[in-house]
Design a protein around this ligand. Structure first.
Ligand SMILES: Cc1cc2nc3c(=O)[nH]c(=O)nc-3n(C[C@H](O)[C@H](O)[C@H](O)COP(=O)(O)OP(=O)(O)OC[C@H]3O[C@@H](n4cnc5c(N)ncnc54)[C@H](O)[C@@H]3O)c2cc1C
Length: 487
């Protein structure tokens, strides 16, 4: 698609964003070659870091005029290659658009630029007793714009919902550089709920330049339970029984034995190394409710076979436990030189069985898999450990990670719970959806971006130009009945 990035075009980008916010030198571009899925690397043609919606709009117009593909980038923590550049593309990085624009406590709304870091929203609100609920484990570094694009989840999304439940309005730059406001800051949106179409669209419909989020009052009380089990079977059973009993904890996270080993090594939590699995659970609400629910949840965990159930001694220990859980991916670096983070979903009742199948698969392939995940949502994160210095291991790990997704699909689950499809999982999408379903999704994309300027070659397994028919034309029933024509 690209006509090439001439020096004149580079100068025009510089004129828009300023020389300090524009990179085209190969050494400078290296930082932007990958997201957190570092196994894939592609060098972009240019990276620009605009500061305003107007600058984003001007950059999009120029990129389109120069026939450059466009990839939006937040903090680059994505785990599916969503922000992976396409060759010689223009990366529009939103990291410098990190201003909090308005806080409206009485209406529980906050307007932010997309580069604002997720955790900074809650930090900003803390003195007022409010917070922003979706809490990806990467929340200290990932951007709200990236969260919107990926419909990110997190430990506490079990009770409070994913990003899509917390975004009410957006400002977005479209493929021709025009700027639109979508959604409703207050009340229900009129007409099509386009915010829901944009949240989770993985940077393919436009570039989000402002986000209005719903903010919540902090719960009066949070009770944390830490339970150890002989194995994941018993821990999975405890999760099922808890939810079946009508209890909706704010979070239920599970770690298996290998993940415990890594977390203990990295953080110094005193979790027993001989436990086969642990559950970390938060229940929250008004004091009386939280106390009652925690007691019920503890009893259910014991009935399911818990070896030990305890509450943290103080806030510092609670914070350490959650730090252990949230730092689990990085902690795995302590027990393996390399690892592949997988993200799949299974129905909650199938967790134990699916984990057994994953263990059998790993054993057959001579690899280890650690599991640390959002158990309440059935959102697994198997971490396939490998050593890329050993010939063939990286390839085997990728193969095992792919087979894990097939196991999830076989149990009626999905190929991603929260990390998105991006570049990495496009090849599996066709196994989850039939051609008509994929085509329907593609219609939405084509309505926003008919030339596929944004994030081309991501998500869809067999990219087609908008308007290309997927197969022989089949007339619609209304045409056959001569009630409608094709224009
Ligand atoms: C250690 C670790 C733990 C993680 N834990 C979780 C977790 O618990 N839950 C979870 O959901 N994810 C998790 N993630 C994945 C990742 O942090 C999220 O997907 C996050 O939302 C990505 O945000 P980002 O700012 O880094 O986006 P990027 O990686 O920069 O981009 C992600 C996608 O968003 C698009 N994009 C970015 N900004 C915009 C914008 N303004 N407009 C339009 N499109 C845009 C990009 O094109 C790309 O497709 C984790 C990642 C790591 C490394």
């Amino acid at each position: 698609m690209s006509r090439g990035l001439s020096p004149a075009v580079v100068d025009r980008f510089r004129a828009i964003v300023g020389r300090d916010n524009c990179f085209s030198d190969p050494a400078e571009l290296r930082t932007y070659e990958a997201d957190a899925l570092t196994g894939f690397r592609v060098r972009p043609g240019i990276v620009v870091l605009p500061r305003t919606t107007e600058e984003v709009s001007a950059c999009v117009r120029l990129a389109r005029e120069a026939e450059l593909e466009i990839v939006a980038r937040g903090s680059g923590t994505g785990l599916s290659g969503g922000a992976l550049p396409t060759p010689d593309c223009a990366v529009i990085g939103l990291a410098r658009m990190n201003a909090i624009l308005a806080v409206d406590l009485p209406n529980m709304r906050m307007r932010v630029q997309p580069g604002v870091i997720n955790l900074d929203i809650s930090r900003h609100l803390d003195p007022y007793g409010y917070y922003y609920a979706p809490d990806p484990s990467s929340q200290s570094v990932c951007s709200i714009g990236g969260n919107v694009a990926e419909n990110s989840g997190g430990a506490h999304c079990l009770k409070y919902g994913f990003t899509t439940n917390h975004v009410v309005a957006l400002t977005m730059v479209l493929d021709d550089g025009s700027v639109v406001d979508i959604g409703a800051q207050h009340g229900a949106p009129l007409g099509y709920d386009l915010v829901s179409a944009i949240v989770g669209s993985e940077g393919m419909l436009g570039i989000v330049t402002e986000v209005v989020v719903r903010i919540l009052r902090k719960p009066q009380t949070t009770r944390t339970l830490f339970a150890t089990f002989p194995g994941t079977d018993e821990a999975g059973e405890a999760v099922s029984r808890t939810i079946a009993a009508g209890i909706v904890p704010a979070a239920i996270e599970m770690c298996d034995q290998l993940a415990i080993e890594a977390i203990v090594a990295a953080t110094g939590v005193d979790w027993p190394l001989d436990a086969g699995a642990v559950l970390l659970m938060d229940v929250d609400g008004v004091e009386a409710e939280a106390v009652h629910t925690a007691a019920r949840a503890e009893a259910l965990a014991r009935d399911a076979g818990a070896l030990q159930v305890r509450t943290p001694r103080d806030d510092a220990e609670r914070a350490l436990m959650w730090k252990g859980r949230k730092g689990a991916f990085a902690a795995v670096g302590r027990i393996s030189p390399n690892y592949y983070v997988q993200d799949g979903v299974v129905p909650r009742r199938a967790i134990a069985q699916v984990l057994r199948e994953i263990a059998q698969l790993a054993a057959r392939e001579g690899l280890r898999v650690a599991n640390v995940f959002h158990a309440g949502d059935g959102n697994l994160h198997p971490l396939v450990l490998f050593d890329q210095r050993v010939a063939g291991e990286a390839e085997r790990a990728e193969q095992v990670a792919g087979e894990i997704l097939r196991i999830c699909m076989r149990y009626g689950g999905s190929i991603t719970g929260e990390h998105g499809v991006g570049h990495d999982k496009a090849k599996y999408l066709g196994e989850l959806f039939d051609a008509t379903s994929l085509e329907t999704m593609n219609f939405v994309r084509c309505a926003f971006d008919p030339m596929r300027a944004f994030n081309r070659s991501k998500v869809f397994p067999t990219p087609r130009l908008c308007g290309d028919a997927p197969g022989p034309y089949v007339p619609h029933a209304t045409e056959t009945a001569e009630l409608a024509g094709r224009g």
